[in-house]
Design a binder for this molecule. Structure first.
Ligand code: CU
Length: 179
């Protein structure tokens, strides 16, 4: 029946996006991570979600520090330095994330990135579940011919169960009687 197909579609439509959409973002795209790129502009309009990845690609003088809002504002590196030129950060929780280059005055010159990570869209937000359950193609009805027309055989039962049909039956009865 059409309703079954609709249900199948609805299930797929709801389940699919929740795990199939992890995105890998290359910071600065082809420009990579360097001085002279406007990373606010780069981030603008992008939607970062829990589970997505942020990849910093760069050449030798640069590095990456994941800092807090203050470190971002004041260009103060803190914590671990990442400097292998291909640093991947998995966005594991919601909220603002700040990244800066700690080399010389690169951060002051704009080599800094702030993003806002949003929920991954699934309702409860548990720790990332590593079990991708594939969307099962809900069984499409193979053998149910839709009996949309009221079969004449069990009218009596239906008439009892429906006031409207009682009314219709009464009208029919009167019509029959009138002839
Ligand atoms: Cu730098």
């Amino acid at each position: 029946m059409a309703s079954n197909r609709f249900v199948a579609f609805a299930i797929v439509a709801v389940v699919l996006p929740t795990f199939a959409m992890a995105t890998e973002y290359f910071v600065g795209d082809d420009e990579g991570w360097k001085v002279g790129v406007n990373y606010s502009e780069w981030a603008n309009g992008k939607v970062f979600r829990v589970g997505d990845k942020l990849v910093f690609k760069y050449g030798s003088p640069h590095n990456v520090y994941k800092v807090d809002g203050n470190g971002f504002k004041e260009c103060k590196p803190s914590g671990d330095v990442y400097n292998n030129g291909n640093d991947t950060f998995i966005l594991s929780e919601q909220g603002k994330k700040w990244y800066i280059c700690g080399v010389n005055d690169h951060c002051e010159k704009g080599q800094k990135l702030v993003i806002n990570v949003e929920s991954d869209g699934s309702e409860p937000v548990p720790a990332p579940v590593p079990a991708p359950t594939p969307p099962k193609p809900a069984p499409v009805p193979a053998s149910t011919p839709p009996p949309t027309q009221t079969p004449p055989s069990n009218d009596s039962y239906r008439i009892i169960s429906s006031c409207y049909q009682i009314f219709v039956a009464a009208v029919v009865a009167m019509a029959v009687a009138a002839f």
